[in-house]
Design a protein around this ligand. Structure first.
Ligand SMILES: NC(=O)c1ccc[n+]([C@@H]2O[C@H](COP(=O)([O-])OP(=O)(O)OC[C@H]3O[C@@H](n4cnc5c(N)ncnc54)[C@H](OP(=O)(O)O)[C@@H]3O)[C@@H](O)[C@H]2O)c1
Length: 387
């Protein structure tokens, strides 16, 4: 078997580490070309040495000397800066795992797409903020986008062998997060530790808080809209606390296909890594008899307004999804640092959307500019609210 060459952007994060785990268990299938991180120089260097990567890129330039020291005597080149990140994304690897968190992922994802690579896309911000730009570029450059987010990966799996024109609706399942049964009053006093304690999934802090507000599901609606080309009215959200069904596709004939599995990100990651084949994973196998019951309920938009706010941003289009995403990132960071309360996250996003009325971004540079302006506004709004 010829080995698939792979670069992992964001190799030290939650998705990045799970990807490395799978790649390192299958040295006969994968050859690592490049790895990147922002600051975690120790893990980056260790992974580069273990996998025999040719390039290791660290985001923080002050850490380049340490990376060089740690890689001394190996054949791995240490680098920093946006050109090096673009090289990791668009270099010789056939498959690029895009697992950087936030808008920092946009430029490298676009570089991989413009180089016509297969992109395993975990960085949901790419589709949320620049969905049309990314999908159009993928068509132009013959790139393939494989969704890694478990819901979109589930839908992608259900669509195999089917025609997109036969879809009647997509149903994104949501666990409801750690605050599924809490009142708004109870949520008001929630701490960062409580918000990141997701009942089913082990994930990075930012996305865990997004699950608690349900903004994550709102971002995923926008992601699904761009990946599968369906309008808001044909995208539904269903609360399913066990996180066993990862999403469903309803077809015009009334058939519903679902993808099931234990909540372990290594399953959707493995699907993207091995696609169009499959590979073994160490994930626990699903035992439905032990689980017993699968439950479903409608989302409560009064207790979780983020879902509606995100849907409205999707329907408004133009710059609204960029504003939604940027204001949310800033507010989640402030919440994690203890600067604002839990309910103020979505209040900040709503207010930012009300105040920012900008034209549709025409390029990634436009998206990054709107993102930067929104961050400044969101910080001002949080100071106003605190005063
Ligand atoms: N975690 C999940 O289960 C999950 C599920 C579905 C989708 N996603 C999506 O996947 C993406 C990654 O999530 P995650 O949970 O893996 O995040 P994470 O654990 O926070 O890891 C983020 C990765 O990106 C790197 N990074 C952060 N800021 C950067 C910057 N400015 N420039 C370059 N690299 C940067 C980090 O490096 P350092 O370690 O050096 O900081 C780390 O390698 C997100 O878009 C998330 O929404 C995640």
């Amino acid at each position: 078997m010829t080995r698939k060459t792979i670069s992992i952007l964001g190799a030290t994060g939650s998705v990045g580490s799970s990807t490395l785990d799978l790649v390192e268990r299958n040295p006969d299938r994968f050859e690592v070309v490049a790895l990147t991180a922002a600051k975690n120089v120790v893990s980056l260097a260790d992974a580069a040495l273990r996998t025999g990567a040719k390039l290791a890129v660290i985001g923080d330039p002050a850490l380049l000397p340490e990376l060089n020291d740690r890689l001394a005597g190996s054949t791995c080149r240490a680098a920093t800066g946006s050109d090096a990140l673009a090289e990791a994304a668009s270099g010789e690897a056939e498959l690029v795992m895009a697992a950087i968190v936030g808008c920092a992922g946009l430029e490298p994802v676009m570089a991989a797409i413009e180089a016509g690579r297969t992109v395993a896309l975990a960085n949901k911000e790419s589709l949320v903020t620049a969905g049309e730009l990314m999908t159009t570029a993928a068509e132009t450059h013959g790139a393939t986008i494989l969704p890694v987010d478990s819901e979109h990966n589930a839908i992608f799996q259900c669509l195999a062998g089917n025609h997109a024109s036969d879809i009647s609706r997509l149903v994104l399942t949501a666990s409801g997060g750690p605050f599924r049964s809490l009142s708004r009053d109870q949520m008001a006093g929630a701490s960062p530790d409580q918000a990141v304690a997701h009942p089913n999934w082990s994930m990075g802090a930012k996305i865990s808080v997004d699950s608690a507000t349900m903004m994550n599901k709102g971002l995923e609606l926008i992601e699904a809209h761009h990946l599968f080309g369906l309008p808001s009215g044909r995208l539904d959200v269903l609360i399913h606390p066990q996180s066993v069904i990862h999403s469903m596709v309803e077809f015009v004939d009334g058939s519903v296909l679902a993808q099931l599995g234990t909540p372990d990100m290594r399953i959707p990651i493995a699907y993207a890594l091995a696609w169009p084949e499959r590979m073994e994973t160490p994930a626990e196998k699903l035992d439905l008899a032990r689980i017993g019951n699968l439950n479903f309920e409608q989302p409560d938009l009064t207790r979780f307004p983020a879902l509606d706010v995100a849907r409205q941003a999707m329907e408004a289009g133009a710059a609204a999804p960029v504003v939604l995403n940027a204001a949310n990132e800033v507010a989640v960071a402030a919440f994690l640092e203890g600067r604002i309360g839990f309910l103020a996250i979505v209040d900040t996003v709503k207010e930012a959307l009300a105040r920012m009325d900008l034209p549709k971004p025409q390029s990634i540079a436009d998206v990054i500019d709107i993102d930067r302006r929104t961050r400044a506004l969101a910080n001002d709004l949080m100071s106003e609210m605190a005063a």
